[in-house]
Design a protein around this ligand. Sequence first.
Ligand SMILES: [Mn+2]
Length: 364
Amino acid sequence: MKLGLGLYRHMLTPENFAFARQAGCTHVIAHLVDYFNQGTSNPRHNQPTGGRDQPWGRAGNPEALWAIDELKALRARVEDAGLILAGIENLDPAHWHDILLDGPKRPQHIENVKTILRNMGEAGIPVLGYNFSLAGVSGRVSGPFGRGGAVTVGMDGPVDAPLPNGVVWNMIYDPDAPPGTLPSITREELWSRFTRFLEDVLPVAEQAGVRMAAHPDDPPLPVVRQQPRLVYQPSMYQRLIDIAPSANNALELCVGTMAEMTDGGVYEAVDLYSSQGKIAYIHLRNVTGKVPHYRETFIDEGDVDMVRILSILHRNGFDGVVIPDHTPQMSCPAPWHAGMAHTLGFIAAVKAVLAAQAAVRYSA
Ligand SMILES: [Mn+2]
């Protein structure tokens, strides 16, 4: 397994690439969606939080798909820093909102995703992380809930306010949408939209050599903001896998989100999906509690035994990238970086112990 760092769009800088190298990373996952664009309740110095029912910010330019030159230039900048660009995380709602909503621009948006996949293949970027969700990451609260009063995020009960028109995936794709709210859809309708999406774009992902990696629903409730969720229990990932048995239909397995699921079984799930070779990369994060009442914690507290998680991945020969998902903000001039450095150091230490144990076994 490889150690990586996920960087938001505004953080794709030489200084942050150097920070990643210094912390022992070999890989980077890049976010190209600017989640913070004009978001009034969404400060840039933290993970995107938004308000309890406030979106993160404005989606990007619907005409500006990520071009081959742009992707190649990003890859070159990452490689100049001695790192490997392991993947792009998330599609911009501006480029695919009518796939999620089954709206009139769906055919054009399918072409958008195909173009992005082809461009990524051309640029040699092997993974596209995505999250097929209408409400997206919404309904979270933040505060000094962490160890030592560290500012972190969590959930305080379900969030039922419907999505306003013009908002999907917790971002505003149409600021001029007429007043009103998005009607609820059924769970089967959601699965139908997802299945059609995969049928349409997966052949292109295969040709392009790009693995599509699905994040589970965060927070993993059956319904958020009156819209059903796709993957809100560990077993539901299997349905997503079985819909399209292709190596390019893979998972962005988020350990923190899985730990928030009410059915439990996070270790069994990590074992099951890593033994099937379906995990493209891992989001590692710890939590206490389960939906709809949980808190994100530091990596070395919380409900999940991270040594056990990493041991399972090691035993199953997981060869992909592990990145810290989010961490609490540490009290210092660089709260985000300090949190990440702490988590990366923890993961690196566990990796070193696992490697040392394996060496002892082989030599015995
Ligand atoms: Mn995650």
